[in-house]
Design a protein around this ligand. Sequence first.
Ligand code: ATP
Length: 452
Amino acid sequence: MVATSMDQLVSLCKRRGFIFQNADIYGGMQGLYDYGPLGVELKNNLKAAWWRSMVYERDDVEGLDSAILTNRKVLHYSGHEDTFSDPMVDCKKCKGRFRADQIDGKCPVCGSTDLTEPRPFNLMFKTQVGPVENDENIAYLRPETAQAIFTQFKNVVDSTSRKLPFGIAQIGKSFRNEITPRNFIYRVREFEQAELEFFVQPGTDSAWHEKWKEDRIQWWLNQGLKMENIHIYKTPDDDLAHYAKACYDIEYRFPHGMEELEGIANRRDYDLGNHTKNQSEFNLEAHCHENKESTTKLAIQDENGKWVIPFVIEPSMGIDRGVLAVLTEAYTEEDLGDGNSRIVLKLKKHLAPIKVAIIPLKKNNEQIMRKCHELKQNLMKLGIGRVALENTGNIGKAYRRHDEVGTPLCLTVDFETIEQQPESVTIRDRDTMSQIRVNTADLATYLKNYFL
Ligand code: ATP
């Protein structure tokens, strides 16, 4: 049984140190969460899996890591200053503010129907750079990572000699002043995105769009999501953003419902067209903002030597939503058949926060503990990920804890380990709970075969 309620996940995440409410000791801050000791590992593993498949396993993608603070001009010409807003209504009675599309004529808090007309509310966090507060110094916390990929397009092309088609990938924090953050880490105000902007010759864009949709579904399946919990939503043509030619959402069956996990859009030449110098030289298809301030032509020579502004296919996913999806899928309550049950997090092993837990059968036995420390030092060097040393001394509790946090293997050092030759340990498998004995001389090979 997978997680059916958000409460199950919220509770596990807090109890076991995956995710905490931000500023918890002061009553929390809405729409902000902190990743705890195990959450940070899970999140890093998910990001590494994305980077590996997007950058390392391909020959046509480069990486980027850009600043979060964003020059106002970038977000002016991208269109965010004008349009990155949700229509909002205020309740005149309780002063609550809500997204107009999420309520039907009634305040969801106090029930009053005395509401203002919908008004646009910009979702960007504004700040100032430097000591002087004036219009010149306004900057924003970026609302998406993509814009720097567009503004650095020419620098990347010039420094790597890339030809079409190729992409630029980036993972990083984004900020949106969401009106109604909700559903745990699903909709938050500070989150991480993993975005690829894939630049293609105009005319080949639709085929690439289909291909990226298929590739991204496969990637999510590789992270453990089941196809039966995935739904592909194609935005109807009359709902598309004005710049988009087509858009797919990969939706996932979260505990609160089937909702967007990743968007894959065909953005045509809108973004590079917005930011380029000399727009009129190019036959831009998307309706771009007039730009007289850009200093650089964001074009590339195609195979016939003609300068073109490429089209962009953009797979864009939220890391936090990804973490929530893999947790939802992995969460399992298992009836053990003897009147007992267990919670086990059946995470794919590459995502598991702890790969191997080393557990002493007795914690106050010096010889056992020494062997545990020695094993930990040696296994850590294998590069399989985190190897954790348990020192609770209660083996049943340790197994339970590691089932709940998804540790694929528990390795137990017992009296046989220190008393008998050849030296051996038991290895317990998370999913089957079966145990085998492995000679310590063979451990490195065993674990490398298992994890790498
Ligand atoms: P939504 O319709 O849910 O507000 P969106 O369509 O505005 O999302 P995009 O701008 O396409 O989202 O951003 C790409 C991805 O970034 C989304 O698919 C989602 O995974 C993630 N994302 C966007 N907003 C948030 C948020 N407030 N909290 C967490 N993740 C987010």
